[in-house]
Design a protein around this ligand. Structure first.
Ligand SMILES: O=C(O)CCC(=O)C(=O)O
Length: 200
């Protein structure tokens, strides 16, 4: 386990051992069943290559009308509760009383990626976003507080956890690509990223 700092991000390499990663996957299975993955469209009209769902009081959603949080899955059911193990990672790394209200689950299949963006649909940027990587390696790109300028990358591996808080809270970030089937954690391959967010 080691802690690195890049562009305001705290990157905890190897934070979760294999047993903890497998435990998390077991906790995510019922969530994926109750709130199946969907492919959001973006306001410009395209479709994201990442598939997603959420747990918590709110889920992140996007369509032609814009980016926002919703209190139900697109099929109408309430989002399932955030798993305990996920909440305990939040508490260990942030030390906060306040709990996240959304755990966004992104699934990157072969060829999926996520463009550079800021997470700014939340009401209060003084709370960090905590990001957990599971499964295949992902090439994480980090920029600055505004669009443009120099960027740098780091490979995130299964079990790495990134805390995006303080000066890193509004740092541009994205995922260029994954190394499909580089991990055996998910039987069908791919990468899961969980981001924990205080929304209101
Ligand atoms: O997949 C990742 O590592 C980053 C996910 C992300 O940037 C997001 O959900 O906003």
């Amino acid at each position: 386990m080691s802690k690195l700092r890049f562009r305001g991000f705290e990157i905890h390499k190897g934070y979760l051992d294999l047993k903890a990663q497998q435990g998390l996957i077991d906790e995510l299975r019922p969530i994926l069943k109750a709130a199946p993955l969907f492919s959001p469209t973006v306001p410009g009209g395209g479709q994201m290559s990442v598939r997603m769902t959420s747990s918590g009081q709110f889920g992140w959603y996007s369509d032609a009308a814009g980016y926002r949080y919703t209190d139900t899955h697109p099929k109408g059911q309430a989002w399932p509760a955030i798993p305990d193990q996920v909440l305990s990672i939040w508490r260990q790394l942030t030390g906060l009383e306040r709990q996240p209200e959304c755990c966004l689950l992104n699934y990157y299949g072969e060829g999926a990626k996520m463009g550079l963006h800021q997470d700014k649909d939340e009401a209060d940027f003084s709370f960090p976003v905590v990001s957990i990587s599971l499964g295949d390696d992902g090439l994480f790109r980090m920029g600055g507080q505004t669009r443009g300028g120099k960027t740098e990358t780091i490979w995130l591996n299964s079990g790495d956890v990134v805390v995006m808080g303080g000066e890193g809270r509004l740092t541009y970030h994205g995922v260029d690509r994954i190394r499909y089937k580089s991990s055996r954690l998910l039987p069908k391959g791919g990468r899961i990223n969980l981001t924990l967010r205080v929304v209101t």
